[in-house]
Design a protein around this ligand. Structure first.
Ligand code: C5P
Length: 232
């Protein structure tokens, strides 16, 4: 898979989602379906968006005992998504179980990406709440290398970490990076942001873009601008 822009479909209903997607009459964007939309509409929304010709990153961030994650991943694989994810904090064994569950009888499977530390976790909350005393950058890199050891395809990370992840885990280990904003756009609640062009420069493989596209006056133009800056 090459570089691509993934639009975060952060909507709470099928109606809003399809009304948004109806605007894309040309290229069908790669899209991300997260917990909000999935819990609102269930697996049928995944089938419906897939049937419209979109690639899908199903962002449900699984974290449970290895056997449960393995079985849940087998179900998600049957939904024919292109990419899905889990928490690296679930351990290498859990990640290996997930890969097994995800692999279809014919040997194919969706890409599997790990969340390292959520970007909402900072050094203080990691130390106080999770009792992890190492520097957060080291924890992120350790979790990324655990994901690589388990055989996963990559990690979700800040674009600012993408270069380091590639240095440690190899250039083929995918970096999927949210926190992208246009140079002249609103930052919103994201703390550490990068433009699509800068994310390309630093080596992100996929950028996940929500509000700069979904809240734009012209979402199709915003998507095309994002693709032009990131893919070229
Ligand atoms: O609207 P915005 O571009 O900020 O949306 C970014 C998307 O990426 C959202 O769906 C958000 O939940 C997700 N995300 C993130 N930061 C992470 C992991 C996921 O912003 N560390």
């Amino acid at each position: 898979m090459g570089k691509d822009v993934i639009i975060a479909l952060d909507f709470d209903s099928k109606q809003k989602t399809l009304a948004f997607l109806d605007q894309f009459t040309g290229k069908k964007p790669f899209v991300k379906i997260g917990m909000e939309l999935f819990y609102a509409e269930g697996p049928s929304i995944v089938r419906e968006v897939k049937a419209r010709g979109h690639k899908i990153f199903l962002d449900l961030k699984l974290h449970d005992i290895p056997n449960t994650v393995k079985k849940a991943m087998a179900v998600l694989s049957g939904l024919d998504v292109d990419m899905t994810n889990l928490h690296a904090a679930g351990t290498i064994r859990m990640m290996q179980g997930a890969l097994e569950g995800l692999t279809r009888p014919d040997g194919t499977r969706p890409l599997l990406i790990a969340v390292t530390q959520l970007t909402s976790t900072d050094q203080e909350s990691m130390e106080n709440d999770l009792l992890i005393k190492e520097p957060i950058a080291d924890v992120v890199m350790h979790y990324a290398s655990n994901a690589a050891k388990a055989g996963l395809d990559g990690v979700v990370c800040s674009p600012l970490e993408a270069g380091m992840v590639h240095d440690k885990c190899g250039k083929n280990f995918l970096t999927v990076t949210p926190g992208v904003r246009f140079a002249d756009g609103d930052v919103g609640d994201q703390k550490r942001v990068m433009t699509p062009a800068a994310a390309k420069e630093i080596g992100s493989d996929y950028i996940v873009v929500g509000r700069p596209i979904t809240a734009a006056a012209d979402p199709v133009a915003a998507y095309e601008r994002c693709c032009a800056e990131f893919i070229g």
